[in-house]
Design a protein around this ligand. Structure first.
Ligand SMILES: CC(C)(COP(=O)(O)OP(=O)(O)OC[C@H]1O[C@@H](n2cnc3c(N)ncnc32)[C@H](O)[C@@H]1OP(=O)(O)O)[C@@H](O)C(=O)NCCC(=O)NCCS
Length: 217
């Protein structure tokens, strides 16, 4: 069951038939596709969910993404809980595909109740793809989607203080630091130091405004 099916089934029980789900799936695939230069954003396919699960069980990826040193059962629990949120639709997930159509990573977002603020996270799962600009491009496409299509007013995120690559990636697309916070990881009993960042729609639009050529002499 993928994210969209999860959502539908969660809200509709048995009412929606399998045929209908397939129809909606077809519609969804046509409706949601955000093309970029080297990557595209699109829904995650059911057949790709094992890749996401594999990434969530990778010690290094989990350390970078969540700021915790986890292994064994703790790592399994993180993977299980996160994966469950993805499949059940508690986290919205957009796949990042390379130009060959292969899933390279994903972006997830959750919306605050009134729909004005989004909280986001990103993971390029295949490490050979790091530092090639995929994360930055993925973030740019996501910002366009959330600000211009969904109509979000502010996007927030946080990252581990040692995750310099992620911070650089977020700063490049306009995020500004808003604070720092030391958090206790109850699973592990360890501390992690988080950097909080945000980007408002006004700042995004000011930064990405098209030049006004109508006043040209
Ligand atoms: C963080 C992540 C999304 C960034 O995506 P990416 O495609 O690897 O990054 P990009 O190539 O777009 O940009 C990375 C930037 O950081 C810079 N960078 C890389 N390592 C760095 C370091 N140790 N210190 C400072 N800057 C660094 C790169 O030079 C590049 O900046 P530049 O374009 O000005 O040269 C990706 O690496 C990833 O998913 N990592 C694992 C999970 C993770 O950390 N998720 C984020 C959780 S908040």
């Amino acid at each position: 069951m993928d994210l969209y099916y999860g959502l539908l089934v969660a809200f509709s029980g048995d009412i929606i038939s399998f045929t209908m789900l397939r129809y909606l799936d077809k519609f969804r695939k046509q409706a949601f596709f955000i093309p970029g230069e080297d990557i595209n954003l699109r829904p995650v396919r059911r057949s790709e969910l094992p890749a996401i699960r594999r990434w969530l069980k990778d010690k290094e990826l989990v350390r970078l993404a969540f700021g915790v040193e986890a292994e064994g059962k703790v790592l399994d629990k993180i993977a299980h809980d996160y994966y469950h949120d993805v499949v059940s639709g508690l986290k919205f997930v957009l796949g990042i595909e390379d130009k060959k159509g292969k899933l390279a990573g994903f972006i997830r977002y959750t919306l605050r109740e009134d729909g004005s603020v989004a909280r986001i996270g990103i993971m390029i799962g295949e490490k050979q793809n790091w530092n090639k600009g995929m994360g930055t491009q993925g973030m740019r496409l996501l910002l366009k989607y959330l600000f211009d299509i969904i109509g979000i007013e502010k996007i927030e995120l946080d990252t581990a203080d040692f995750n310099q690559r992620a911070q650089r990636c977020f700063e490049k697309v306009g995020f500004k630091r808003t604070g720092e916070f030391s958090d206790v990881d109850f699973l592990q009993g360890s501390f992690s130091h988080r950097i909080y960042m945000h980007l408002t729609r006004d700042d995004y639009r000011a930064e990405n405004a098209e030049p006004d050529n109508t006043q040209a002499k």
